[in-house]
Design a protein around this ligand. Sequence first.
Ligand code: AMP
Length: 397
Amino acid sequence: MQTIDNYNFKNKKALIRVDFNVPLNDKFEITDDTRMRAAVPTIKKVLAGGGSVILMSHLGRPKNGPEDKFSLKHIQKHLEELLGVPVKFADDCIGESAKQQAAELKPGEVLLLENLRFYKEEEKGDEGFAQKLASLGDVWINDAFGTAHRAHASTAVIAKFFPNDKLFGYVMQGELESVDKVMHNPTRPFTAIMGGSKVSSKIEIIMNLLDKVDNLILGGGMIYTFKKAMGGHIGNSICEDDKLDLALNIMKLAKEKGVNLVLAAQTVAADAFSNDANTQLVPSMEIPDGWQGLDIGPESIAAFSKIIEESKTILWNGPVGVFEMPKFAVGTKAVADAIVKATAKGAFSLVGGGDSVAAINQFDLADKVSYVSTGGGALLEYIEGKELPGITAIRGK
Ligand code: AMP
């Protein structure tokens, strides 16, 4: 199979779909350049192989065409610093001038195209638009895992114009390798830890994981829907009353499939949703009126940690408490610590999906787990078992 490592880039123009959707402050300074840094190895590989690079990305959510605040020109200078080479800028991603700038590109040179989403056709997956983009390069590289779950022009539709010259970049390759390691052929025991506020947003993942994991640990606000469904008293804790039957069904399925489903049995209850609230430790089935569960208690920390530390494959998505408030971050920190310990003993650990990534960064432990996914929604859909258009476009079905 053709890969970025065995492809001959000599004198080729590589059109790379990157994810440069970075946060900017009101002075247009980049406040977190993680995604840009992640793309550097792919870009450098093409340049080192004697090719030139044309970069395309989206930035923000422009509504009606070009808007200065969403212009990718704001990141041009920082990109030059990261790459150590000059970066040219095309102020339109298609059209005559972009075509000419691309045509004039020499090996070793880099051209950054203006925001793809200045054209509605990008998100619509318009074929004509994809063809115009495709005409700029000789080979298409998809390195934007964050948008791999979208069938947009530059992330998927464009593939048909490069039947023999389409590749994953290193970001995509790394993400796929780690998620495939977890979802196919995991070393056992395989434990998933799911948290967050709502069961409803995690149903499909939980269902898919029930066929794969040995242990499914649940924490966070979502457990109170389970506790209530079991006849517990949950006080003012967050609960989805229309998901009680679903919670019971998940428990039944876990039993049938032989999955060890572990719900936090002990709760740190608070008398307000505030870091200054009074707290007490209570069984999760017996939360007094006027109190709400905002974290897991020490007994549950011990129970969770034991299972995690004995695991060989670990997937973590979602905090087990309101970790944004220091008082209720203890459980989530303990989960992170247990994952770090298991990893040090040789387990493979994947942390991904929004808030658990924020949590692991907050605790400064990102480099002590095996892989932190940049993929958010894309990662979750992959774990749900869905086909991602940006992956299928290259790998086939
Ligand atoms: P999600 O986006 O569904 O993964 O949820 C993440 C959010 O869940 C975080 O902002 C947490 O603060 C929140 N969360 C975790 N545990 C609780 C809880 N016990 N009660 C309310 N919110 C929670």
